[in-house]
Design a binder for this molecule. Structure first.
Ligand code: NAD
Length: 237
C-alpha cells in the first residue's frame, strides 16, 4: 500500500518537468491527483487535468470548485508552477519582473489561501511550496526569480505559523539543478558547469524531488512544518 492511499493532491505546473514527475509519483503512492497548468500535459497518464494560470485569483477559485466536485476534497497542495526570466537589476524589464513575481510568488499566496479551508477539512493538510537553490544565495542571473524564490521560503515559514492551529503543515523544497525543460533552456554549457560544481557529480532527476514531496505530503513527516528540504547534490554545502 502506498503512503498516500486515499489522499487527494493538487499539483500546479504539473504538465512538465518536476511537476509532471511529482504528479506521477504521488499517484503511484496511492493519491488521486489533479494536475493544473497553462499547457496540457505531454502524456495522457489518466490524471485529472485543469487548465489554470496560477497568477489568477479567479482561476484558483474555479480549480478549487472543480477539485472538490470531482475528487471530493483535498489533502495535499503542491505549489510547483514557476517561470524563469533572466535579467539583472540594471536591465530587467518591469513586465518580466511583475510576471515572475505574479507566477512564482503571488501564485503561491493564492493557492494557499484558496485551498486553506479544504485542507483544514481534511484534518491533515499538507502544502509543499517550490523554492530553489536560487532562494538560498545571492549569485544568479535573474533578480526576479531570485527574489521570488527567497520570498517563497519566507511565506512558507509564515504560513506554517498561521496554519498550524488548522492542522495544515507547510514546507518548502529547495531543488538544485534538476534535469527538466527549464534547465535545458540554459544550454549544454550550463549543464556542464553545474555538474562540475555539484559534489555528487550529476544533475538532479525529477524523481529526486518527487520523493521528497511525497514524504512532506505524507504522515511520515507529521512533525515537520515551516522547514526547507534542500535537494541539490551537495551544491549549497
Ligand atoms: P518546467 O518549465 O519543466 O515546468 C514548469 C511548468 O509550469 C510548465 O508545465 C509550465 O507550463 C507551468 N507554468 C508556467 N507558468 C504557469 C502559470 N502561470 N500557471 C500554471 N502553470 C504554469 O520547469 P521545472 O524545472 O519542472 O520547474 C518546476 C518548478 O521547480 C519551478 O517553480 C521552478 O522554479 C522550480 N525549480 C526548478 C529547478 C530546475 O533546475 N529545473 C531548480 C529549482 C527550482
Amino acid at each position: 500500500m502506498g503512503k498516500l492511499e486515499g489522499r487527494v493532491a493538487v499539483v500546479t505546473g504539473g504538465s512538465s518537468g518536476i511537476g509532471a514527475g511529482t504528479a506521477r509519483h504521488l499517484r503511484d503512492e496511492g493519491a488521486r491527483v489533479c494536475v493544473t497548468d497553462i499547457q496540457a500535459p505531454g502524456a495522457d497518464d489518466g490524471l485529472l487535468f485543469l487548465e489554470h494560470d496560477v497568477s489568477s485569483a479567479h482561476a484558483w477559485l474555479r480549480v478549487r470548485d472543480q477539485v472538490l466536485t470531482e475528487l471530493g476534497g483535498v489533502d495535499i497542495l503542491v505549489n510547483n508552477a514557476g517561470i524563469f526570466v533572466p535579467g539583472m537589476i540594471a536591465d530587467i524589464p518591469l513586465e518580466a519582473w511583475d510576471r515572475t513575481l505574479a507566477v512564482n510568488q503571488t501564485g503561491i499566496l493564492l493557492g494557499m489561501r484558496t485551498f486553506a479551508d479544504a485542507l483544514e477539512s481534511s484534518g491533515h493538510g499538507s502544502i509543499i511550496n517550490m523554492s530553489s537553490y536560487a532562494g538560498m544565495q545571492g549569485y544568479g542571473t535573474s533578480v526576479a526569480y531570485q527574489a521570488a524564490k527567497w520570498a517563497v521560503r519566507g511565506m512558507t515559514r509564515f504560513a506554517a505559523h498561521e496554519f498550524a492551529p488548522r492542522r495544515i503543515r507547510v514546507n518548502a523544497v529547495v531543488p538544485g539543478f534538476i534535469d527538466t525543460p527549464m534547465l535545458a533552456a540554459g544550454g549544454q554549457k550550463l549543464r556542464d558547469t553545474v555538474v562540475r560544481r555539484t559534489p555528487l557529480g550529476r544533475l538532479g532527476d525529477v524523481t529526486d524531488i518527487a520523493h521528497a514531496i511525497a514524504y512532506l505530503a505524507s504522515d511520515e513527516s507529521s512533525f515537520v512544518t515551516g522547514t526547507e528540504l534542500v535537494l541539490d547534490g551537495g551544491m549549497l554545502a
